[in-house]
Design a protein around this ligand. Structure first.
Ligand SMILES: [Cu+2]
Length: 97
C-alpha cells in the first residue's frame, strides 16, 4: 500500500510539471541579432501559443543576459517567452539540434 501511495505522488508531481510546461512552451526561432549590452535579442520566431502571437521578427528582453552568450546571429534556436513586468521576455533559450 505504501508503494502505491509513493507511485501516485510521483504521478502528481509529473503532471504538475507538464502543466507548467504548457504555460510557456518551447518555440522555434532564429536569432537575428544579439545585443548583450542591452540584454536584448531579436528573434524571427514561429507562433507563440502562450502569448497568442503569430510568427514575426521582434525584439525580446532577456530575463538573464547570461543566456545570450550561448547564441549568436544566424543560430536556430528553441526558446520560451513570457510577459515579465509588462515586457516580452525570453526566459529560456537553447540551440536547436
Ligand atoms: Cu512576436
Amino acid at each position: 500500500m505504501k508503494k502505491l501511495a509513493t507511485l501516485s505522488f510521483a504521478a502528481l508531481v509529473a503532471s504538475s510539471i507538464m502543466a507548467d510546461a504548457q504555460t510557456a512552451s518551447l518555440v522555434a526561432g532564429k536569432v537575428v541579432k544579439v545585443d548583450s549590452s542591452a540584454g536584448k535579442v531579436t528573434i524571427d520566431h514561429e507562433k507563440i501559443p502562450n502569448l497568442d502571437m503569430e510568427p514575426m521578427t521582434m525584439v525580446f528582453r532577456a530575463a538573464d543576459p547570461a543566456v545570450l552568450k550561448a547564441v549568436k546571429a544566424g543560430d536556430k534556436i528553441r526558446f520560451k517567452a513570457d510577459t515579465v513586468n509588462g515586457q516580452l521576455t525570453v526566459t529560456a533559450i537553447e540551440k536547436a539540434k
